[in-house]
Design a protein around this ligand. Sequence first.
Ligand code: NAD
Length: 639
Amino acid sequence: MSDIDIRITGRAGRITLTRPKALNAMTYDMCLAIEAALDRWRFDNAVQVVVFDAEGDKAFCAGGDIADLYATGTAGDFAFGQKFWADEYRLNNKIFEYPKPVVSFLQGFTMGGGVGIGCHGSHRVVGDSSRISMPECGIGLVPDVGGTLMLALAPGRLGEYLGLTAARMEAGDALHAGFADHYIPEADWPALIGQLEETGDAGLIDAAARPAPESKLAALAEPIDRLFAGEALSDILTILRGDDSDFAAGALKAMARNAPLSMACTVDILHRLRGPSVTLGKALDLEYRFTYRAMEKGDFLEGIRAAIIDKDRSPNWQYAQGDVPAVAVSAMLRPLGNAALNLTEGGSGMKIGFIGLGNMGAPMAANLVAAGHAVTGFDTADIAVDGVAKAATAAEAATGQDVVITMLPNGTILRAVADQIIPEMSAGAALVDCSTVDVDSARAVADQAAAAGLLSVDAPVSGGIGGAAAGTLTFMAGGSDDAFAKAAPLFDIMGQKAVHCGGPGAGQAAKICNNMILGITMIGTCEAFALADKLGLDRQKMFDVVSTSSGYSWTMNAYCPAPGVGPQSPADNGYQPGFAADLMLKDLRLSQQAAEAADADTPMGEAATELYRRFVEDEDGAGRDFSAMLPRFETRGRD
Ligand code: NAD
């Protein structure tokens, strides 16, 4: 292929981009050719190091060749672009995970698709001409090819700044932001490449590296962190507009060129990625959710038209600056189900047993199926979940699986199920309990699993049935680093955040504290509505005020107990659970049991436990959603 020269020279697998007139922009064929070479060289002992470079002094690679994407997209064929991006992202991941050193020499422009092949290897070399940037928001995309991983990990709010303004990083900046590892003057590169070919020794790069040049961006850390700290794009714009510095004005000018929907989604992606379980796979998965929809629902085709086809530079974006509704962001970034990015080719997912397919378990199992995993389920009630193979017993569901997930009502049942399944599980497999149970049961099951050579994590969740269905749960996990690492890719599918809280039982401890707050705030929210009724206050007005005032909470804003007010919740469904009052009582009792054992003073937790006890055991609360406290309070007076 004339656009790329792939060969073995000495001990190096050599990949040279040879389209200098097109600034070495990546075509689909180049992407597939690189992947095929990496696959061949993976087990070829002749290749000890892979070296990427490019012809010409203007660019290593100025991005992806988007002409074909535009032509097919405007003809209504979105599948070509979706496949292009999926294959490109798989290549980016392959470079990141490659078992041999991958060295890249990044002269001139390295942008977009160039970052995808040049900035995921083990040795990323920059020189004085290097200019690295992620300008995708300007054409209605989000920073992709795994670039959001580096942006999310860059110091402070530098990632937001780079993603939203497309600012160019010079050598020192790229080292500071984590897009490069080594500064070596470009005059030294040809001889160094010759030595790499001769020896196959990537250690030569470390030896040749010179001290990093100064980073102008590092010097701007204070204004960047202050001005780009907002929760959403609109907050960032508000802060920038309120600042009279030249720097803020320059940033606003750069952002004015970009698609607002793309920028809002970029901020959301970076915020979702920050956290202990960030991986390149997760970054690519989120990026792909956007790019998959970019032609049909985003501003991509309009962005290309304005920048490259008509060159009028006046794109007609869907939304105005600062005016992107949160629902538009979540619509672009919600999980793709069967179409989700598959980095393993051919869909070879994990084998998973799922025990307990109730209100929470069923949608969680469905999300795992949608992501390409083979799920076998069991529940004592006869529950069918699309795509989940049915086992006749818990033991059968656990046999031969890579991971077994349990989502059960309580610790007693968990211990009984653990007795049945642990003997059937293969050594090295992981038992992931997502139920809410007492810390003692969690630790007992972890000990039993460890004795059988299994990994185990207690990983209760927050987010309710809505979060289970949408794949946006929060997991709070307790267990070893290895166990957490094994479960993390599954947490990424079923949730948007997983916090490794500590050793066995730590997840349950976090959950118990969280739910004590939840029980207390639900009661508070219900009593306040009942009081408001008696004061003649309209419920909608009450919601409008409290949901944006200091009394706001998850129980008010996301799970409002008043029917017809706020987002859809069990109150709109006759208080069918949702999250049953019985389960809330269980959690509150767990909190009091734990408080007793730890000698902690929890008077509000104690009062909430007693109220839910009366509600479930003496009144009509059993089997109803825990928000049915509101009709309970409605009818009562002060006695
Ligand atoms: P659920 O009652 O709807 O589901 C539990 C399922 O387990 C039921 O389908 C039941 O038939 C099954 N089961 C019981 N014994 C079993 C056994 N021996 N073998 C196999 N299956 C068995 O409850 P849920 O709402 O899905 O909650 C499950 C867990 O998640 C609980 O620990 C709960 O505290 C926790 N949780 C629930 C929510 C929520 O909003 N519902 C939120 C966070 C955490």
